[in-house]
Design a protein around this ligand. Structure first.
Ligand code: SAH
Ligand code: SF4
Length: 349
C-alpha cells in the first residue's frame, strides 16, 4: 500500500475527487499529518467515516526507519535511515544561533560524479520519493519537538543532485512550506545544485521564494571540469547566463558555494579568478572547509589560508562567508556514512 506521505496537496485533491469526495479534504489531511502529526487515520476526526475507510483501504502512515544516529560535540546530529528497499540515506541536523537547520538528501547516491564528493562514488541508485524526502524533516522535527524546538531551516544539500529529481523536489518544497503543516518559510529553505542549467531556468519561475545555491568550486572551466564532470555539459558561462536570468526573474540573491581544496582551487590566482567571475552579480560566496574523505586524496585548505582567500574576496568587494564545519567528529562529509556502509551497485537512476 502507498504511504500517504507520498501524496502532495494536488495528488490528495485528485484522489478525493476520484472517490467522489471534496478536494478540500486534502488540506485537512495535510494538517493532520504535518501539524498534528497523527499516526493513524482514525485520529483525523473531521473526516467522514467513509473517507477514513477509503484512506485505510488504500494508504498507510509510515515513518522512516532509523538505523544509526551520531551526535557531535557541537550538537550536530547525523541520522542514517534505512529505506524499505534496504538503501541508506543521511540527514543532518545543524544547530545555529538562528535556528535548527536540516540537511536533506534527495537521491540514493548521485550521478554527477564530482571527484571530491563521497556521495558520487557509487553513482545514483534511485531518486527519493516525496515521502522519503519529507519524512527526513518530520523525523528531525519530531525529535526537536520533545525539546520544545522545531525545524526552522532546510537545506537540500544532502546526498544527491536535487535538480536531477526535480518534480519530487518541487512537491517537497511546497509540502514543507505549506502554511497549515510544517510551515517552513520559503526564505528559510535553500536548494543547492551542481549547475544543471535548464533546471535553473525552470526554477526561476517557481513561485515560492526559495534560495538557490550553486556549487561552483572553481572559477575557470579548465579547473572546474577537472573536479566536476558536469562542467563539461554545462560550463561556467552557461551557468552565469542562467543566473542572470534567475536574478532578473526573482530578484533574489544567489549563493555560490566554494569548497576550499588545498593546492587545487585556493591560490591567490584562484581567488582573483573568482572575483572577476562574480563581480557585479547579486550574489555571495559561501566558502566551505573541505571535509576530507578517505577514498580520495583531496586535502582541506588550512584555516589561515582559508582566511587569506576570504580576505582577497572581501578586499575586492565580494560578499563572502567562511563557513565553519559542523559535526566534523561524527561522520565527516555528507554521503560518507552511507558510502562506507553500502556496497557498489549497478543500478542507475
Ligand atoms: N548535489 C548538490 C547538493 C548536494 S552536495 C550540489 O552539488 O550542490 C552539497 C554541497 O556539499 C555541495 O556544494 C558539494 O560540493 C559539497 N560537498 C560535497 N562533498 C563535500 C566534502 N567532502 N566536504 C565539503 N563539502 C562537500
Ligand atoms: Fe553529486 Fe553534489 Fe556530490 Fe557533486 S557534490 S557528486 S553533484 S552530491
Amino acid at each position: 500500500m502507498q504511504n500517504i506521505y507520498d501524496l502532495s496537496q494536488a495528488d490528495l485533491e485528485q484522489y478525493f475527487i476520484s472517490i467522489g469526495d471534496k478536494p478540500f479534504r486534502a488540506v485537512q489531511i495535510l494538517e493532520w499529518l504535518y501539524r498534528h502529526k497523527v499516526t493513524s487515520f482514525d485520529e483525523m476526526t473531521n473526516l467522514s467515516k467513509k473517507a477514513i475507510i477509503a484512506l485505510k483501504e488504500n494508504f498507510v502512515i509510515e515513518h522512516l526507519n532509523l538505523k544509526t544516529k551520531y551526535v557531535s560535540k557541537d550538537g550536530t546530529v547525523k541520522y542514517l535511515f534505512e529505506l524499505k528497499d534496504g538503501n541508506l540515506i543521511e540527514t543532518v541536523l545543524m544547530r545555529h544561533n538562528y535556528g535548527n537547520s536540516v540537511c536533506v538528501t534527495s537521491e540514493v547516491g548521485c550521478n554527477m560524479g564530482c571527484s571530491f564528493c563521497a556521495s558520487g562514488e557509487l553513482g545514483c541508485i534511485r531518486k527519493l520519493t516525496l515521502s522519503e524526502m519529507v519524512l527526513q524533516v518530520l523525523y528531525v522535527d519530531n525529535e526537536l519537538n520533545k525539546e520544545n524546538e522545531r525545524v526552522s531551516n532546510i537545506v537540500v544539500m544532502g546526498i544527491g543532485e536535487p535538480f536531477d529529481n526535480y518534480e519530487t523536489l518541487l512537491k517537497f518544497l511546497r509540502t514543507v512550506n505549506y502554511a497549515k503543516g510544517l510551515e517552513i518559510g520559503a526564505r528559510h529553505i535553500t536548494v543547492s545544485t551542481s549547475g544543471i542549467v535548464p533546471k535553473i531556468y525552470e526554477f526561476a519561475k517557481f513561485p515560492l521564494q526559495i534560495n538557490l545555491a550553486i556549487s561552483l568550486h572553481a572559477a575557470t572551466n579548465e579547473l572546474r571540469s577537472k573536479i566536476m564532470k558536469i562542467n563539461k555539459v554545462y560550463p561556467i558561462e552557461e551557468i552565469m547566463k542562467a543566473i542572470d536570468y534567475y536574478l532578473e526573474k526573482t530578484n533574489r540573491r544567489v549563493t555560490f558555494e566554494y569548497i576550499l581544496l588545498k593546492g587545487v582551487n585556493d591560490s591567490y590566482e584562484d581567488a582573483m579568478n573568482l572575483v572577476k567571475l562574480v563581480r557585479g552579480v547579486n550574489c555571495y560566496i559561501n566558502l566551505i572547509p573541505y571535509n576530507e574523505v578517505p577514498t580520495n586524496s583531496y586535502k582541506s585548505t588550512s584555516h589561515d589560508d582559508a582566511e587569506r582567500f576570504f580576505e582577497i574576496l572581501s578586499k575586492n568587494g565580494i560578499n563572502a562567508t567562511l563557513r565553519m564545519e559542523h559535526g566534523n567528529d561524527v561522520a565527516a562529509a555528507c554521503g560518507q556514512l552511507r558510502a562506507q556502509t553500502m556496497k557498489k551497485e549497478d543500478k542507475k537512476c
